[in-house]
Write a protein that binds this ligand. Structure first.
Ligand code: ZN
Length: 443
């Protein structure tokens, strides 16, 4: 495929990802409730997603599935009866999981329930209170400062009831049962980078994999409420963990910043090596971070008793950017070209995982005569030809049954795709044989 076709396609993907984020953005999500269900319904238009409901009160390891939270409306009215804070204008205005309230309070008491960001007086913060019974509003600091009436009427028309926790799951079986887990959280209200960017990227990756011919590995996608959703899935599916060979938590993939790959707890598993290799050869600014028990759902997948080979791909790393968890994380903050770039990085990582295998040379006694077979190519520039020849020589040398293609790429210092196409070419010429069942194992 010509480069410009690829580039045009990539740009098209970015616009489509952005459009999907824009569609999901207004929905009021939390860790439970109708916002999550509505989000999963929209995703179901794109993917044959299975939606699971886990009842309130279900024990999941040390946690309990909480009561379900829903909200219809909320406001703060001044004495003239005007809404000075209006949930209908931004769903960030209410602290997520606020208990219902309808009362008149003094300005002093109201202030104890207000959250703002003095450093960014125009931004509304995003706050949650899942496990403490309280209520609160999040407001722009300039709104807070404009409050001058002695009393205000407040209303939060929410409900906390026995219901369920909702998550989405998609299984894409491949030639082998070895599985790649892709997980993303879907519990934030109108916030684009954290984390509609991760959810949209996961949807597009799933669509690509569904159409990918000769998909070798199996893939499992999870769209879960952060923390409690990942814990719930892990607690309900102990028998599924053994097949997971690699995994990625996808988050914060749309804002302009370098790509950050955070290693799994084990540190040098298949996903760690694939991600590090792809980023090293991508020409992109990037950073590799070691695992730490802070961040997103890799905390659960990499807890000591679970210890799955799951890393995290994001831009910015954890949450070290001022727009994080504020109204400034909106549709303008995430960019189509950045989304496309993140999507392409994910695809490249998954391609390495899917294509990695062991080849064995059928002609190991000294080098085979490549010139006679026309394998010393005459096409391309001198540099390109030299790289191709080096790839052929490395593959022939390391096709001893002990090295996977990724081992060879690392040792040769060449991109995986170059090594893979050299191996394919040598296979076509009867010089190599793929060892069946030789897929890379986690180490
Ligand atoms: Zn978050």
């Amino acid at each position: 495929m010509a480069t410009h076709v690829r580039a045009a396609r990539a740009a098209g993907v970015g616009e489509a990802l952005h459009a999907f984020i824009t569609e999901l953005y207004p929905i009021g999500r939390s860790i439970t409730g109708d916002g999550v269900r509505e989000t999963l319904r929209r995703i179901q238009r794109e993917l044959p997603l299975q939606v699971h409901e886990v009842p309130t009160g279900t024990r999941v390891f040390d946690w309990t599935v909480p009561r379900e939270w829903n909200i219809r409306d909320a406001w703060i009215k001044n004495l003239a009866g005007e809404r000075v804070v209006d949930f209908r204008k931004s769903n960030l205005h209410v602290v997520s999981y606020s208990i219902p309230v309808r009362t008149r309070v003094s300005l002093k008491e109201l202030r104890e329930h207000l959250h703002s960001i003095p450093d960014h007086p125009g931004w509304i913060p995003y706050k949650t209170s899942y496990y403490a019974e309280t209520w609160g509003f999040c407001v722009a600091h300039e709104t807070l400062q404009s409050l001058g009436d002695p009393e205000y009427d407040v209303c939060i028309d929410s409900s906390l009831t026995d219901g369920s926790l909702t998550y989405g799951e998609l299984e894409l079986p491949g030639e082998t049962a070895d599985e790649v887990l892709l997980s993303t959280h879907i519990c934030h209200p109108s916030l684009a980078n954290d984390n509609l960017s991760g959810g949209a990227t996961a949807v597009f990756l799933a669509r690509w994999l569904m159409e990918l011919r000769g998909r070798r590995l199996s893939y499992r996608f999870l769209f879960v409420p952060g923390t409690i959703g990942a814990i719930t899935w892990l607690a309900r599916n102990p028998e599924k963990l053994a097949a997971i060979r690699a995994g990625l938590v996808l988050t914060g993939l749309g804002a302009p910043a370098k790509l950050v790959y955070k290693r799994s707890r084990r540190g040098n598993t298949a996903i760690d090596r694939a991600a590090v290799h792809v980023l090293a050869h991508s020409g992109r600014p990037h950073e590799i971070r070691d695992f730490s028990p802070y961040g997103y759902d890799e905390r659960q997948y990499c807890s000591p008793g679970i210890n799955l080979p799951v890393g995290c791909l994001s831009r910015n790393g954890d949450d070290d950017y001022p727009e994080h968890h504020t109204s400034a994380d909106d549709g303008d903050f995430v960019r189509p070209e950045v989304l496309a770039d993140s999507y392409e990085a994910c695809r490249a990582i998954l391609r390495v995982l899917d294509a990695d295998c062991v080849y064995v040379s059928l002609n190991p006694m000294c080098e085979p005569q490549l010139g006679r077979r026309g394998l010393y190519g005459s096409l391309g520039g001198a540099g390109e030809r030299r790289t191709r020849e080096m790839a052929l020589l490395w593959v022939l040398n390391l096709a001893d049954g002990e090295h996977t293609l990724l081992d060879m790429a690392e040792r040769a210092g060449l991109p995986f795709a170059t090594i893979e196409s050299a191996a394919r070419l040598l296979e076509e010429h009867g010089l190599l044989e793929r060892r069946a069942g030789s897929e890379a194992r986690p180490r």
